[in-house]
Structure formats: C-alpha cells, structure tokens
Design a protein around this ligand. Sequence first.
Ligand code: GLA
Length: 419
Amino acid sequence: MRQVQFLEAWSGGEAGQGPEQVVTLFRRVYGQEPEGVWSAPGRVNLIGEHTDYNAGLCLPIALPHRTFVALSPRRDHQVRLVSSMTPDACVQVGLDGLQARGVTGWASYPVGVAWALREAGYDQVGGFDMALASCVPVGSGLSSSAAMTCSTALALDEVFGLGLGGSDQGRVTLIEAAVKAENDMAGASTGGMDQSASMRCRAGKALRLDCRPGLTAMENVTQVPFDLKERGLELLVVDTQAQHQLNDGQYEQRRSTCEKAARILGVDNLRQVADQVSASRDPAAALQEVLDRLPDEVTRHRVRHVITEIARVDQFIEAFGRGDVHEAGRLFDASHDSLRDDYQVTSPELDLAVDVARAEGAYGARMTGGGFGGSVIALVNAGKSRDVAQKIADGFQARGFHEPRALAALPSSSARKEC
Ligand code: GLA
C-alpha cells in the first residue's frame, strides 16, 4: 500500500518559504522588488454547513496553509499577475471599463477584488503587479479561492491606503469585496463564510460567525477557544481529490430551494425559523410543524438540514467547551449524515472517508465546505491522524478512487502582512 501524503504548511515547519517564493517570482517576472508580501489562510469549517446563506451560524477555523502575494501598485490601471503554478505565463488585464464576468481563469479572483473595491467606491484602487504562490490545496473545499481573494484584498488595502485592514469593521468591507469578486467576476457561488474565516479567524480559536444581515462586525463574530492539544486531540483533514466545483449549479439550486422555502414560510430567511424552533418547548414537534407546511419532500429535506445544522453549531461549542469529546464527535457525525441524506451534497468518496474514519476510532467525522467532492475532517486522538489517514487511503485504493491527501488542521491566524 502506498503511504498517504501529508501536505505541510509553508508557514509552519518551513517558515519563510511562502514569502521567499513570491518575492523571487516577483523579481524574476517584473525585474524589481515588490512593495510588500501579504498572506491569507484557507479554512475548514468545524460545523454549520450550508447555513451562511441562510443567515445561520457556522464555525470555521483558519488553516496553517496560506496563500502569499507579493504586490506593488502601478501608476496606470493595468493589472499584471503571475502564479507559481504557471510561472512563465503572466496575465495582463485592464481595470478601465471592466464588467462582471469580464475576466476568466484564476486571474478573475484577484482582478475581481480590485474591480469590486472600485465598484464599492474605492476609486483610488488602481493597477498593480502581483506574484502569487499557495500551499492551500486547490479545488479541495479548503477555500483556496478565499485565501487568494483575501490576501489580494489586504494587499490592495495597504498599497492604496484604504485604511480598512486594521479594524474588524474595515475587514468586513474587504470581505464583501472578496465575496463580490468570487460571485460576480469569477462566477463561483459563495456565501461569505470562507472569506470571513480567512480575514477574521485567530490562532487557537474557532470563529463563531452569525450570518444574520445587519449585524455589526462586533456582533457577528465570537472567538471561541478551540484548543485541540489541551483535549488530547487532533483534527485530521483528508482531501478526497474528487473534484469539487461550486459553479456547476448544484450550490445555487440548494440556495434557491432554501430561499423559496423561506418565502413559503413567510420569513426573510430560514434562520428565523431555526430560532423559533429552538426556542419552542418541544423543538422536534415544532420542526415537524414547519416541515408540514412545505410543499414537497425535497424542500422538506433541505429545510430540515438547515434548521438542525444551525442548532448543532452552539451544541458543538458547548460540548467541546465542557470537554465532552464524544458529544462533539456525535455532532460531527450528525452533521455529515444530514448533509448526506437531507441536503444531498456528499459524494461516494466523502462518505467512504467518513465511514473509515469512524470505524478507525474517530470521535466523529464529516465533510467540510460546500461538498460535491472536497475534504472531510475527523476528530481523533492525538497521534492517530496518520493511521486514520492511511486507512482512508487504503480504502480509496480498494475502491479505485483517486489517491487522497491529508493535512493537519491547527486553528491559525487570519490574513496579515508578512513583510
Ligand atoms: C462553500 C461556500 C460557503 C458555504 C459552504 C457551505 O464553501 O463558499 O460560503 O456556503 O460552501 O457551508
């Protein structure tokens, strides 16, 4: 059996590797020094999946794996971009007259951020030269795109003097620009959790994000202690390498089913129903009453996932906080099962990875992110990650699936300037 590969973070064991790479690339392509280097992390969501666009709750942590950008402003409105993945292909795009969906490929993400900031009235954002390198696995449901848009947003904020990156409220504006870039320029649907995680997570903490509209930056985020070591645990991430795509219509379909259900139930969003259900004396009966008002089986399944999943977020925080690892793990399992059976966004690879992790003694395991491929997370005893990951890889080989890869997730810090 082949040994499963663990993807190390550049910012961890090999500190400095990220900034060094992008500075070297920048110098080689543009023949000068960049003004600075900024970075932003990928994320895993602990629990609260497909709840962000329902004004619900979610609980991401930032990964130690980050995207690095070296960047300098230009005097004109041209953007030049190069990535370490294709170091010989420099992309050039003009910002003047740029429209939504006007750029394709990976360039649409960083260019989209500049465009979104200008659309939001930050006219001082002009052209720039940028080099990018990342150790966040791409297409794995670990928010490599948010790591790219958020590192770019923070860099543009500083070089064009927007003054947003230093405060929580300012970061919310940068998050909105990153979301707009992904939705409207890249055409990839996203609900805001990933960009909030990349911009606002703290080391050692999970980010309890309340996605109700109209909350201030102080109200929508709570930093929740998430000390795995203290509990004798590790959080294993396994990337199934089954292609994860959020722009094939499935995500949008889930989203519009939820919006339609909210309209039928006479509320602005499903969060309002979730709050009513959890405040009632008999939540199970209250949930059933809500479901009975919905017109079809599919909608009932989707709504049941959203309402139960929102409730699981605070249940998880509470269980983990009091050291009840078994209950925390059970909630991971319940979340995955609900995503598999009610929301129907898992895949054979995700389900197998979760089943093997559970069989190998994980307290709980679930898919993380949008689903339809991507990654799973498993809560395991310290020192067990390698064994569990190997067993998953063996299971994949036996079923003829792609070879999976693993990562160790430690709650890390948000977007920052590196040098
Ligand atoms: C993707 C989206 C997020 C969120 C998750 C599901 O990662 O980008 O906004 O909706 O799916 O929880």
